[in-house]
Design a protein around this ligand. Structure first.
Ligand SMILES: [Zn+2]
Length: 122
């Protein structure tokens, strides 16, 4: 992978991460930006005034929250991969992933050929 390409991807991933974390904090008032991922859900409902309505609302947000959290985890592993120099390498066949594919989906961890194989198997 070219250095310039990695730098571009890193910038995009960081911007995307910031956006998603912002969204995550918005849908989950109990999640703080600094510590968005190891949120301690066991504290939920500890307080007497935590009404059932509030709990239901949190339930509605939970699937979106999970989706956002998993998106952040994908971005984090992509950023980690950039750091350790494995970014853009297919996790199945160890070949380089097409730059065009990474442009479209910066968190891709498999090449088009492997992805296709996987999809056919499913
Ligand atoms: Zn592959």
């Amino acid at each position: 992978m070219k250095k310039a390409f990695l730098t571009e991807m890193e910038a995009r991933l960081r911007a995307e991460r910031e956006k998603i974390v912002g969204e995550l904090v918005r849908v989950s008032p109990h999640v703080s930006a600094g510590d968005a991922f190891d949120a301690d859900y066991t504290t939920l409902g500890d307080k007497e005034d935590e009404s059932a309505d509030k709990a239901a609302e949190i339930g509605d947000n939970l699937s979106l929250e999970n989706e956002l959290s998993s998106a952040v985890r994908d971005i984090d592993s992509a950023l980690k991969a950039i750091e350790v120099g494995t970014y853009g390498t297919c996790k199945y066949c160890k070949q380089l992933i097409d730059e065009a594919r990474l442009q479209v989906r910066p968190t891709s961890t498999s090449c088009v050929a492997c992805k296709k194989t996987l999809t056919q198997e499913m």
